[in-house]
Ligand binder design. Sequence first.
Ligand code: SAM
Length: 220
Amino acid sequence: MGWNEKRRKMVDYLVKLGYLSSPEIIKAFERVPRHEFVPKEYRKMAYDDTPLPIGLGQTISAPSMIATMLEELQARRGDKILEIGTGSGYNAALLSEITGEGGMVYTIERIEELAIEAERRLRKLGYENVEVVIGDGTKGYEKCSPYDRIIVTAASPRIPKPLMEQLAEKGRMVIPVGSLEYQILNIVDKFKGEIRVYEKGACVFVPLIGEHGWKEAQLV
Ligand code: SAM
């Protein structure tokens, strides 16, 4: 079976199980070649519904987890989006498809090697409306704030204050919050300057390490 057929099957599975329902998110999953974001040795499993290692102790999340987060994020065409945790760059590519040419995706990664590799991949695949930033994403990216949508793809002990501040009015953030072992997906809305938080299901992510996340010393 070729990559396109495998990808089609993955999307059908995600729709059938109810993880995907919005036409523009389905289209993004159909378009982004996930196998290009996975290390060679795991490529055969690129369209399985499982997280995979991407090196340096980090992972690309399972397609069903990404689908759940993107459905909750409710990003629209033309949105300015901030992602914390670039990893492989796969989610940034999906966000780029969703927001389209009129929108912009800023994605921050703390591990330089991963950021460089993700940027190379995104350029090669023609994703022009994505800027990869190396740094501590718990501080956000004030320079280009406020953001219509913020998505954090690593586990935080709390919602980082700078991210709440950099969220636009009527903006939404999706972030896994909890312990190092497991987290609850938090949906954070800003309306008339007030923050409202809703809790979605449980999830498991690698830690968000930084000034407003986990400290390296807390990980051992
Ligand atoms: N979204 C990614 C993808 O599509 O492949 C997967 C992200 S992976 C589950 C989490 C990433 O968050 C890791 O690459 C990790 O290095 C990064 N990370 C952890 N703490 C961070 C921080 N403070 N700022 C930026 N990136 C961080």
